[in-house]
Each structure stands twice: as structure tokens, then as C-alpha cells.
Design a protein around this ligand. Structure first.
Ligand code: DGL
Length: 278
């Protein structure tokens, strides 16, 4: 049954998805949000596709317990492998990062040379290049896995010399390829945006897949007549499977404001919600 005041469920492998929550709150200030960050099992970017699919279904099943009206997969890694399984399993709109990010990138390029950075999984699955080429086969896509960016982001090392050195190493081949647009294909990367922009130079347009996805959520909820009609500001509930010591500090960096209402949920419970072998 349609319930416009039901929350939107958002999940990520960790706290990167909070960059998406930030844009969702900006775009849809009256919507209620329940967030689950799988901080005990992060990173997903180095795990097998089957494991990421299994975790994604478990995470979505947990969010379903809140009666969510839509699920936002605020993780590019999960979006690159689990969308089909999630859409098969759950009869509500499921919005991922790849298609919106790809479309946004295509809207910016004028040289038809787009760079994509993401986790090993997102890049290894060619998630963005497949989607971009499906829409416009003329476009050249240059992809680069940047696995060290996730731990740097989770540590809050947003302008640390080590982050700059690693960014220079990772991004040089993309610069040399002559890209004019760079898709940040991981929800952790927007907090490293300044370093990335400085390294690639100001002429390259950075695309935040989370902003692109938040517009897709607005579109999908509008089309399905699922927008919350309340005039009061929406509420946010945050669940994580572990609370790392630096959590509050880093989470507020990602979210752009202090974070409250954080509750821990046991990984055993999340794991019990679905098994790929059954
Ligand atoms: N936030 C995830 C993504 O967007 C990356 C972190 C991870 O490896 O789990 O791909």
C-alpha cells in the first residue's frame, strides 16, 4: 500500500553514503530517512560480487523493517553488482548510483572523454563504462580504481600529504588521457573532492554520483506519486553495524553537520536476514 510519509531507506558499506544523505536532505527536506552503514563489514570494494549482492540484500531487508517506500543504494560498489537482485527481491523503487552518475557525466563532457574513479569492484565490473557506452557508444571512458581513497576518507584525511601523493599517482593517467569530466564513482570520494580537483586541475569537471542520484530519487518519487506531502522537516535515523572510535567526527565530515540518533545493530542479525545459498 502506498504510504507517502514512509521513510526512504539508504544503505552503504560504511559512512560514504552519508554524502548521499546530505544531498537527499537538500533535495527533499521533508522526507524521513533511515540510513544503514555496514561499518563492520566495510570495505565492499575488494569483495566478490556474490558477497556484495548478499550483503546488499541483507541491508535492504533490514531497511524494509522500517516500512521504507524506496531504497537508495548509496554505494557505487553495491550499485554496480546488486541492482538486478535488489529490484527482483523488493517491490519498491530501488535507486542506485551508476545510471544517474553516468547520465550526469555524459551531460558535461564536450570532448567525449570521461574519466571514472571507483573501488576495484566498481572499476573491475566496468559498471560505468558499460552504462555510458550503452547511452552513447562514441564516448571514450578511462577508468581507474583508487582503493586507498576509501581508508583515507574514513580516516578523515581530507587534505593530508599522503592523500595528495596517492591522488597524484592515481589520477595522472586520466589527466594524460585528456578527459574533461571525472565521475567520482564512489560515495566516499566527495569528501576528498578538493584534493582530487587540485590534482586534476580546475578545467576538469567533477561529477558527484550522489548529487546525480538524489535527482533521480526526486524524479522517481514524483513519478510514482510517493513524495511526502508533510510540511515539517524530515527526520533521520542512522544505524551502523559497528561504531568506530572516530565515527562521530568522520560522519559529520561526510554529512556536513553533526550526527545524532546513531544506533548499533548486530552484524549477526543483519546476516540472518538473507543468505544467497538458501
Ligand atoms: N562507498 C563505497 C562505494 O561507493 C566504497 C567503499 C567500499 O569499498 O565499501 O563504492
Amino acid at each position: 500500500m502506498k504510504n507517502n510519509s514512509a521513510p526512504i531507506g539508504v544503505f552503504d558499506s560504511g559512512i560514504g553514503g552519508l554524502t548521499v544523505v546530505k544531498h537527499l536532505i537538500d533535495a527533499l527536506p521533508n522526507e524521513n530517512i533511515v540510513y544503514f552503514g555496514d561499518t563492520a563489514r566495510v570495505p565492499y570494494g575488494s569483495k566478490s560480487n556474490d558477497t556484495v549482492i548478499e550483503y546488499s540484500i541483507q541491508n535492504a531487508a533490514f531497511l524494509m523493517e522500517f516500512g521504507v517506500k524506496a531504497i537508495v543504494v548509496a554505494c557505487n560498489t553495491a550499485s554496480s553488482v546488486a541492482m538486478e537482485s535488489l529490484r527482483e527481491k523488493f517491490a519498491i523503487p530501488v535507486i542506485g548510483m551508476i545510471e544517474p552518475g553516468a547520465k550526469y557525466g555524459l551531460g558535461y563532457t564536450s570532448t567525449n572523454k570521461i574519466g571514472v574513479i571507483g573501488t576495484r569492484s566498481t572499476i573491475g565490473n566496468n559498471a560505468y563504462s558499460k552504462k555510458i557506452k550503452e547511452i552513447n557508444s562514441e564516448v571514450e571512458v578511462f577508468e581507474k580504481a583508487c582503493p586507498l581513497f576509501v581508508p583515507f576518507a574514513e580516516e578523515g584525511w581530507i587534505d593530508h600529504p599522503a592523500t595528495i601523493a596517492v591522488a597524484e599517482e592515481y589520477l595522472e593517467p586520466l589527466k594524460s588521457a585528456g578527459i574533461d569530466t571525472l565521475i567520482l564513482g564512489c560515495t566516499h570520494y566527495p569528501i576528498l573532492r578538493n584534493v582530487i580537483q587540485n590534482v586534476v586541475g580546475s578545467t576538469i569537471k567533477l561529477v558527484d554520483s550522489g548529487i546525480a542520484a538524489s535527482y533521480s530519487v526526486v524524479k522517481e518519487l514524483t513519478e510514482k506519486d510517493l513524495l511526502n506531502t508533510s510540511n515539517s522537516p524530515g527526520t533521520q535515523l542512522y544505524y551502523v553495524s559497528d561504531v568506530p572510535t572516530t565515527f562521530k567526527f568522520v560522519a559529520s565530515l561526510f554529512l556536513g553537520k553533526d550526527i545524532y540518533n546513531v544506533k548499533k545493530v548486530e552484524t549477526d542479525y543483519i546476516s540472518s536476514l538473507f543468505s544467497i545459498n538458501k
